[in-house]
Design a protein around this ligand. Structure first.
Ligand code: NAP
Length: 287
C-alpha cells in the first residue's frame, strides 16, 4: 500500500523497542484489511514520556501501544481509563479520540482470555492457580476474576509481592498467595482446574527451566496455560502434555491483545489467523 498525505499513523512506544513484534503483525493486518494506516516502533527516552505522548496526540496519531517501562507511568497522562486498565493499573493501548482525549486501555486481559475462548473452555466456578506475581500476572488475575472463577491461589517466590497482589484484588473474589513450598499451595494444585504460568521460566534461551510445580500431583482434567510463546512449547507445557493435560501457550494472547488494540483504533476486527501466521514466520526468521 502506498503511503500518502492521507495515511494515518499508529505506533508502539517503549524502551527498548527495536525488537517489538507488533509492527510486523499490525502492518500485515492493516494491509490485509485495506486500511490506509502505518504502524511504527518509536523509542522513547526515560524521562521523555509525557512530551512523547502529548507530541503523538498533537501530531494526529490515531493511537499507540505502550510497553516496558511505561505501562504504569503513563496512567496520569490519560484523560480516561477502561475498566481493565484501571483494575490492573497498567495501560498497553492508547486511543487518541478526535477531540484529542487520550483513553488508556489494557488489551492483555482480553488477549489472555482469548486463549481459553478459542478452545471453548469456560472459566465460571473453576479453581485457578496462578504461578508468579509480576506485571502479566495482574492481567491474568483480573481476567480470571472477571470470568467468575471460584478461587485463585497464587504461587510465588516473594511472599510480600504475592500478598500485595492478592490484597489488591481481594474485593473481587477469593484470592490467596503462598510460597511454592507452602503445603497450602501444594493442596491448591491438587484441586486446580486451571494452572496459569506467568513467570519467564523456560523462555528462550533458558528452555531447560520450569517453575517448581509438581505436574504429576495435578488432576488430569486440569488445563495448563503458559504465557510464554518462545518456545511454542515450554518445558512446563511439555511435562503437562506428557501427563495428559490440555495445554495453551502464549501465542493467542499475544496476537489477540494486538487484535483488540487494532479494533479499538479502527473499529475493524483484523484477520487473527493472518496475524498468527506472520508472527510464526517472524519468530522462525529471528531463530
Ligand atoms: P515480570 O513483571 O518481571 O514478572 C515475572 C514474575 O515471575 C515475577 O513474579 C517474578 O518473581 C517471577 N519469577 C521470575 N523468575 C523467577 C524464578 N526463577 N522463580 C520463580 N519466580 C520467578 O514479567 P511479566 O511482564 O509479568 O512477564 C512474565 C512472562 O509472561 C514473560 O515470559 C513474558 O514474555 C510473558 N508474557 C507473555 C504475554 C503474551 O502476550 N503471551 C504477555 C505478557 C507477558 P518476583 O516477583 O519474585 O521477582
Amino acid at each position: 500500500m502506498m503511503i500518502t498525505g492521507k495515511t494515518k499513523v499508529l505506533a508502539v512506544i517503549g524502551a527498548p523497542i527495536a525488537h517489538s513484534l507488533s509492527p510486523i503483525i499490525q502492518n500485515a493486518a492493516l494491509q490485509a484489511a485495506g486500511i490506509d494506516c502505518v504502524y511504527a516502533a518509536l523509542p522513547v527516552r526515560p524521562g521523555a514520556l509525557s512530551s512523547a505522548v502529548y507530541g503523538l496526540r498533537d501530531a494526529g496519531v490515531v493511537g499507540f501501544n505502550v510497553t516496558i517501562p511505561f505501562k504504569t507511568e503513563i496512567i496520569p497522562l490519560m484523560d480516561d481509563l477502561s475498566e481493565d486498565a484501571r483494575r490492573i493499573h497498567a495501560v498497553n493501548t492508547v486511543v487518541v479520540e478526535e477531540n484529542g482525549r487520550l483513553v488508556g486501555h489494557n488489551t492483555d486481559v482480553t488477549g489472555f482470555l482469548a486463549g481459553f475462548a478459542e478452545r471453548r473452555i469456560a472459566l465460571t466456578e473453576k479453581k485457578a492457580v496462578l504461578v508468579g506475581a509480576g506485571g502479566a500476572a495482574r492481567a491474568v488475575l483480573w481476567g480470571l476474576l472477571r470470568s467468575k472463577v471460584s478461587s485463585v491461589v497464587i504461587g510465588v517466590r516473594n511472599a510480600s509481592k504475592g500478598a500485595a497482589l492478592a490484597t489488591d484484588f481481594a474485593a473481587h473474589g477469593d484470592v490467596r498467595a503462598y510460597g511454592f513450598d507452602d503445603p497450602a499451595f501444594t493442596s491448591a494444585l491438587g484441586s486446580a482446574d486451571i494452572i496459569v504460568q506467568t513467570t519467564p521460566l523456560g523462555m528462550t534461551p533458558h528452555v531447560g527451566e520450569m517453575p517448581s510445580v509438581d505436574v504429576v500431583a495435578i488432576k488430569s482434567s486440569a488445563v495448563f496455560y503458559d504465557l510464554i510463546y518462545t518456545p511454542a512449547e515450554t518445558r512446563f507445557l511439555r511435562a503437562a502434555a506428557a501427563h495428559g493435560h490440555e495445554t495453551i501457550n502464549g501465542e493467542t494472547m499475544l496476537v489477540a491483545q494486538g487484535a483488540e488494540a487494532f479494533f479499538l483504533w479502527t473499529g475493524v476486527r483484523p484477520d487473527m489467523e493472518l496475524m498468527k501466521r506472520v508472527l510464526r514466520e517472524e519468530l522462525v526468521r529471528r531463530g
